[in-house]
Ligand binder design. Structure first.
Ligand SMILES: Nc1ncnc2c1ncn2[C@@H]1O[C@H](COP(=O)(O)OP(=O)(O)O)[C@@H](O)[C@H]1O
Ligand SMILES: [Mg+2]
Length: 349
């Protein structure tokens, strides 16, 4: 029995070794042969090792890691563009690895859509015909109506008849997103989709994606090498290093409880006030004691909570969840303490 819900994607015991005799080296890698050794001694490349990951339906899962850590290799396993050396990629209980070529093609076309870093727009087609392309190929009659809708939703209304070269990079990436949404696929695969954009445009795209996702609830696998982007977008974040999974968790998990020195170093400079929520540092309300008169929301980030409390001239507050339930209390010293990385605090003490 699997714990995974329907439509989750389950990656199990996945290994990918590149080279002519990949399968022969799996056991050695399982026994601890590292990437450098495999390369030096056997001239094979360790792409991924011992990957176990549940990608929940309807959420954004971010796969983060430095260049060469295996992110693209992992995302390409999900739509079967790469076959694993060992392991399974399950969707609805079916292993993508064992699909026939025809099943795989249908799965790829109907269930998944990709958004690339390089947009991959067709230069001789207008914005409208680019966005409609996937559906047109499948012979869907209302392809262009649906494309028009999504072009509007990504903020490109009025640009339907433009050609890609007439648009800025940010606008081209909006077309890429509209094209993926027009396909109406449940799974969106986004490989460094925003990485080539200028910072402000990139933040715009992140905002658009988050806003659309509020309503669409797609299963999004988003790859980035940027921690801030990962923390902003990811309901769940998986950190890869040299093909191995270093940590999987929420942004808060990773920032507050890094699994090892590598992750700790990665998150060291993060603005913790923007990541940590009030509920995370709630103190239990004391039985019988009077509650502070000021109220903050359980999911508010500490920097905003601190600002609200400071402006209101209070140093304590009660924390309430979205249903109005009492979560606990919070005070300014605890907030300020949580906003400082313990590693930095140590050097001041
Ligand atoms: N087709 C291939 N043949 C050999 N090595 C590959 C191939 N594809 C990827 N690799 C290697 O696998 C590792 C992971 O690559 P990749 O998944 O592209 O990383 P990322 O997307 O995180 O930058 C790298 O060491 C890369 O050189
Ligand atoms: Mg890559």
């Amino acid at each position: 029995m699997t714990q995974a819900g329907k439509h989750d994607i389950e990656i199990r015991d996945l290994y990918k070794i590149f080279g002519p005799e990949a399968a022969r080296h799996v056991e050695a890698v399982k026994a601890g042969l590292g990437k450098a050794e495999l390369n030096d001694r056997h001239n094979h490349v360790l792409g991924l090792q011992d990957i176990n990951l549940t990608i929940p339906h309807g959420r954004i899962t971010v796969i983060m890691g430095l260049s060469g850590s295996g992110k693209s290799t992992l995302i390409r396993h999900i739509n079967g563009l790469i076959r694993p050396t060992a392991g399974q990629v399950l969707y609805d209980g079916q292993d993508v690895v064992t699909m026939t070529p025809a099943q795989l093609r249908d799965f790829r076309r109907q269930k998944t859509a990709m958004v690339f870093q390089k947009f991959a727009l067709l230069p001789h087609r207008t914005v409208l015909r680019n966005a409609a392309y996937g559906l047109t190929v499948r012979g869907v009659a209302e392809a262009e109506d649906r494309a028009r809708h999504w072009i509007g939703r990504v903020g490109l209304q009025g640009y339907e008849d433009y050609y890609p070269r007439q648009l800025s990079g940010g606008m081209q990436q909006r077309v890429g997103l509209a094209r993926a949404l027009t396909n109406d696929a449940e799974i969106l695969l986004m490989d460094e989709a925003f990485s080539a954009l200028d910072p402000l445009i990139r933040m715009d795209m992140q905002a658009i994606l988050l806003e659309l996702q509020q309503e669409l609830r797609k299963t999004i696998i988003f790859i980035t090498h940027d921690l801030d982007e990962a923390l902003r977008l990811g309901d769940k974040i998986a950190i890869l290093r040299d093909g191995a999974m270093e940590q999987v968790g929420t942004g808060q998990d990773i920032v507050l409880r890094p699994a090892n020195d590598y992750v700790a170093e990665f998150v060291r400079e993060v603005n913790r006030g923007r990541i940590i929520e009030a509920r995370t540092i709630a103190a239990p309300a004391v039985q019988g004691a009077e509650l502070p008169g000021f109220t903050v929301k359980a999911r508010s980030k500490l920097d905003l909570v601190a600002r609200r409390m400071t402006r209101a001239g209070v140093s304590e507050a009660q924390i309430r969840d979205a249903d109005g339930g009492l979560v606990g209390t919070i005070d300014l010293p605890a907030i300020l303490d949580a906003m400082v990385n313990p590693a930095d605090a140590a050097s001041e003490d």
